[in-house]
Design a protein around this ligand. Structure first.
Ligand code: SF4
Ligand code: SF4
Length: 474
């Protein structure tokens, strides 16, 4: 199977295509990737970004805004808190639009910048490259030392190193699983779970063990296969990329014919690639970017750093491997913002605008009122009529709220709550209220009239709900 997207690179380079994944050898066995630690400007930036990223990931469940968690995604109770605001199931249209906007953003980002998201921001890469691989380098040494250790017989040194590494991996996986649980249940609940006997929370305990095991298995063994084989976003790139997509590319026009520099030996005129293979050795998915754009490339830019380091030492221009589109490399064209990019950008602006409007106009007290079905009007005394109504009132705030309903508009009338009704909406609660609206007969001019009901929260009007009042046939 041809796994390459762009055929220009390998053809120019005179190489044949691979007929298998980079992480499988000709015998069908796993090619374990022993990646060198990258050095360079881009790796430094990724390192800084990973500190911010990991800091935020572990700190966010503890951060509160207005007494509420900054983020809590409680799927079990269908309660979602984002930046201190509670979103209820009836706000799901905002989530739906947010999800569509996110998908469009990812598509747009991929069309323009390829898989840079994977290499710089994806949690799999950040944890793999900036947590687990760093621990591996720290305990087992350089890639060459790791390989030697893996191939050596079991001895005390190997047992200690492997034991320590897997213990730390397991501990971090446990930490990640607990942090994810805090995003769902909240820190307070997770702390309570930790302190309670396992028998009281057996289901959650099994879930925690399962996710700890999953994270450990992914970061200790599956690793690059997640990006090259499992992740659906990675598989999507083939349909999203075009010849104007910026991606990590090898400039074969400049680099070929490649060849090692030999002192005091007359050589044919060579390109700038000295075939040092540093770009291959730093690659976390084990590919050779000089063979053209490949689906295993996660856009981590480690090979750019590696090659720039070599070019610097040789006093040659940097950027033999760089972010560039196929058209930029092959035709030496400038970057082009093509029709596809314009379309997705316009769609993204519209969706973001709609989402912003929905969030801004979202009500903290949401009320829906309807006449009780099957009920006709009742006569009240000699000069008034009443209809029975029911209201569903959601208090989306985290404070108790005093509320009141008043008849407003052209038809005069009063609201009479059914017995035992209280006017307090508990914080984050859904309330049902049943009430009569009593209207003077003189105010009703037809069988069915529109009636406006003002909703007041803590004395301030929040909205007007229009319903129907049923009178006698006229
Ligand atoms: S080819 Fe370069 S950018 Fe792509 S995954 Fe390998 S090192 Fe990262
Ligand atoms: S790092 Fe640069 S010079 Fe070395 S093999 Fe890769 S492309 Fe060629």
């Amino acid at each position: 199977m041809d796994t390459s997207i762009d055929h220009i690179g390998p053809q120019k380079a005179g190489n044949s295509f691979r007929d298998r994944h980079s992480n499988v050898n000709e015998k069908g066995k796993r090619n374990w990737v022993y990646a060198l630690k990258p050095k360079g400007k881009l790796y430094r930036y990724r390192n800084y970004l990973s500190f911010v990223y990991l800091g935020l990931f572990f700190a966010l469940p503890f951060i509160k805004i207005g007494g509420m968690p900054a983020i809590q995604l409680n799927f079990t109770e269908a309660k979602f808190i984002l930046f201190g605001k509670i979103f209820w199931p009836d706000d799901f249209f905002i989530f739906a639009i947010a999800m569509i906007a996110l998908i469009v953003f990812i598509a747009l980002f991929t069309i323009i910048y390829g898989r840079v998201f994977c290499g710089w921001v994806c949690p799999q890469t950040v944890f793999m490259e900036f947590v687990f691989r760093k621990i591996e380098w720290w305990i087992e040494g350089t890639p060459a030392q790791q390989k030697k250790l893996n191939e050596s017989q079991w001895n005390t040194d190997k047992i200690i190193k492997k034991g320590l590494k897997h213990f730390v991996f397991l501990f971090i996986s446990l930490l990640i699983a607990h942090t994810f649980l805090s995003y769902i249940l909240g820190v307070k609940e997770v702390r309570h779970l930790i302190q309670s006997p396992i028998s009281e929370n057996a289901g959650l305990f099994v879930g925690l063990l399962f996710f700890t095991g999953l994270f450990y298995f992914v970061f200790a063994f599956v690793r690059d296969i997640v990006c090259t084989t499992v992740c659906p976003y990675g598989r999507l790139q083939g349909v999203l990329f075009d010849k104007d997509t910026m991606q990590v590319s090898y400039d074969y026009n400049r680099g070929e014919p490649r060849g090692k520099l030999k002192k005091n030996v007359s050589q044919p005129v060579l390109g700038d690639c000295v075939d040092c293979k540093l770009c291959v050795n730093v690659c976390p998915t084990g590919i050779d970017i000089r063979n053209g754009v490949q689906m295993e490339c996660v856009g981590c830019t480690a090979c750019i750093d590696a090659c720039n380091g070599v070019m610097e030492k040789l006093s040659r221009p940097l950027g033999l491997i760089r972010m560039a589109s196929e058209n930029q490399i092959s035709k030496k064209l400038p970057f082009r913002f093509n029709g596809k990019m314009k379309f997705y950008s316009a769609l993204l602006v519209i969706l973001t605008g709609v989402m912003a409007f929905l969030i801004i106009s979202r009500k903290s007290i949401d009320v829906s009122i309807s006449r009780v079905k099957g009920q006709l009007y009742q006569e009240v005394g000699k000069d008034s009529l009443s209809n029975l109504f029911q209201a569903k009132i959601i208090n989306k705030t985290h404070d108790d709220v005093q509320y009141e309903l008043k008849v407003e508009g052209a038809i005069p009338g009063t609201v009479k709550m059914i017995d035992l009704h209280h006017h307090t909406l508990k914080a984050e609660s859904l309330n049902n209220a049943t009430f009569f609206i009593v209207v003077p007969v003189s105010g009703i001019k037809k069988r069915s009239s529109k009636i406006d009901i003002g909703v007041y929260a803590n004395g301030t009007k929040t909205q007007t709900v229009t319903s129907t009042f049923l009178g006698p046939f006229m």
